[in-house]
Design a protein around this ligand. Sequence first.
Ligand code: PLP
Length: 380
Amino acid sequence: MKFDTRCVRATIDPDPSTGAIVPPIFQSATFVLPGVGESLGYDYTRSSNPTRFQLEKMIAAIEGLEYGVAYASGMSAVDAIFKLMKPGDHVVSSDDIYGGVSRLFNQILVNYGIEFTYVDSSYPEQVEAAMRPETKMLWIETPTNPLLKVTDLKAMSKIAKAHNALFGVDSTFATPALLRPAEWGADIVMHSTTKYISGHNQIIGGIVMTDNEDIHEHLRFIQRAVGAVPSPFDCWLTMLGVRTLSLRMQRHSDNAMKVATYLEAHPKIARVAYPGLESHIRHDVAKRQIDGFSGMISFELKGGIPAGVALLNNVKLCALAESLGAVETMITHPASMTHAAVPKEEREARGLTDGLARLSVGIEDVNDILEDLESALTKV
Ligand SMILES: *Cc1c(COP(=O)(O)O)cnc(C)c1O
């Protein structure tokens, strides 16, 4: 099956007992056993549930990987991956990662003896220099949040292999419709399914995929032992989203390219970060590596915090909301919202300037999005 067909049809067969074309939801906590020591494959939903298994198989099939393990959130998916680490292990990570992931690393996992080094992974030489004998994981987000840095995954895979480290990729921003990191050498691929994969702001979820049987067994064990599992209903809602993933990602990418081009030419905007623009420093890598540039754009307004606040208070169609990757266009201003607690000097050092805004371009008619931005920018 070709990719677009896999999105719509992979693992979706008519229900054998009724012919229902949409799979039923097994919203059940437990399963009756035919006899002591026997089962029909399921016993208790924390360990196994048919709807969850179907979601896991479906996304793994789309990603082109053998195994998928679903979690109750993207964060619990990342947490499960890092439970592969032991005290004394060292991790090299992209510096511009999702805020929740850096909080997990810096405020929780460090207390369990895991050490982190952050590098700008768009420069492979910085990654190479950070590797140590005790480095057990190279953790890459691409494109990154919120600065849309792009990392050359093939170069990362070479470095990880040379140092006997696992290579994990948070591929939430690209999705398997645009990028399949395992094809570039990743051992572990993770998504917050909350975002593009489910696509409609309807659930919170995460998934981890691999071809490695030992890693899969470990992830399965953590899933059962810790119990951060998504509900059967959430799994079912996620599957509905997956079926239109390919179509949505094309529209997100087309719309975002037009919005990024418009913003780059606007006199009130200092710079735009979008991997599809020729001005992006890793545009060549992005072009080679991904089949579309996705819907995320960040841009810097010339007027700092007041300009950001004015823009966000004057948009109407663009929703002022955290999160990303859904059908609606959403906008955030990191300096006054997601990163308000980070001291200004640290923000600036990380490139999260006061005028930075992040746009998750939806699948509306792009002219409506452009009109909304145009009218809000006149008030900035
Ligand atoms: C949202 C997000 C996460 C965390 O996922 P949740 O589903 O919110 O727990 C991790 N990584 C990236 C890149 C994200 O965008």
